[in-house]
Ligand binder design. Structure first.
Ligand SMILES: Nc1ncnc2c1ncn2[C@@H]1O[C@H](COP(=O)(O)OP(=O)(O)OP(=O)(O)O)[C@@H](O)[C@H]1O
Ligand SMILES: [Mg+2]
Length: 269
């Protein structure tokens, strides 16, 4: 089975004023193919830094990432990223956005056209192929972003707050879509979110990170993502274990935030 291995990753940013930020310390984690991991944690605990290292945008100061046994040394199509918003080519059509990766990779027109048609069906945008991205709503744009990522057929999909900019109703629909794509494509997914509810709904594994230095605080294995595939997510949220786990994680993060604020006050005093 192929795996993504995050092995003793540390990341230190040296600042121009001579000080430094230890954004991550000694983070280790192994994900098997097809696992969906959600990542939660207070602001500044290193979630984006970790994702950028897995994507190959940043080189860690210590440790290494391997995917299927090969060390990650930079960005590659095998690791696709879906950003919160704004990473599409707004002036281009939906078709040109989704087909961008395959076209750049030199794929034949017949092949990329059928990929685009299939993926736009999957994300429910078949009738919007010729529209420019700027003409679409935020939720539709995120569906284009998902389709564009899938068009490169990555092994791993990395998502940094992909639904964070959407209204509540659209967000709920998109959560269902993420679960559907996860099951249908069998991709390995890492999804960062600030929403405890979203992390519970989507993460069959859920990581809670702690700040200063950024590290893994706790990991859960949860049944809700599996329950939610093809089901009404509101029914999943009514499960008694859902509320209990939500409360547990909320107070965990609340305590961390309190501690950070306490430390800031001490530093300021
Ligand atoms: N390029 C950089 N240079 C210096 N410091 C950085 C850089 N990128 C991140 N940091 C610092 O590293 C820490 C972790 O940042 P990161 O963006 O990974 O946090 P996060 O968990 O994604 O936060 P948020 O929830 O607000 O998105 C923060 O203290 C941040 O200021
Ligand atoms: Mg972030």
């Amino acid at each position: 089975m192929s795996t993504l291995s995050i092995d003793k990753i540390s990341m230190r940013f040296d600042l121009p004023n001579g000080s430094h930020v230890q954004a991550l310390r000694d983070v280790s984690l192994t994900l098997n193919t097809g696992e969906l991991l959600s990542v939660l944690g207070p602001s500044g605990c290193g979630k984006t830094t970790l994702l950028n290292i897995v994507a190959g945008f940043l080189a860690p100061t210590e440790g290494q990432i391997t995917l299927n046994g090969t060390r990650v040394r930079g960005p590659a199509a095998e690791r696709g990223m879906v950003f919160q918003q704004g990473a599409l080519f707004e002036w281009m059509s939906v078709r040109d956005n989704v087909s961008f990766g395959p076209r750049m990779a030199g794929q034949r027109e017949a092949q990329w056209k059928s990929t685009v048609d299939h993926l736009l069906d999957v994300v429910g945008l078949r009738d919007f192929k010729e529209k420019s991205v700027y003409e679409l709503s935020g939720g539709m744009q995120q569906r284009v972003a998902l389709a564009r990522c899938l068009a490169n057929d990555p092994d791993v999909i990395l998502m940094d707050e992909p639904l964070g900019a959407l209204d509540a109703l659209t967000r709920e629909k998109m959560q269902g879509l993420v679960l559907k794509l996860w099951k249908e494509t069998g991709k390995t997914i890492i999804l960062i979110t600030h929403s405890v509810e979203e992390a519970l709904l989507l993460g069959e594994r859920l990581l809670v990170m702690a700040p200063r230095p950024g590290r893994i605080h706790r990991e859960y294995r949860l049944p809700f993502a599996e329950m939610g595939v093809g089901q009404d997510l509101r029914a999943v949220k009514k499960h008694p274990d859902f509320a209990t786990t939500r409360e547990e994680i909320l107070s965990m993060i609340w305590d961390m935030e309190e501690e950070i604020m306490g430390r800031n006050e001490e530093a300021g005093a």
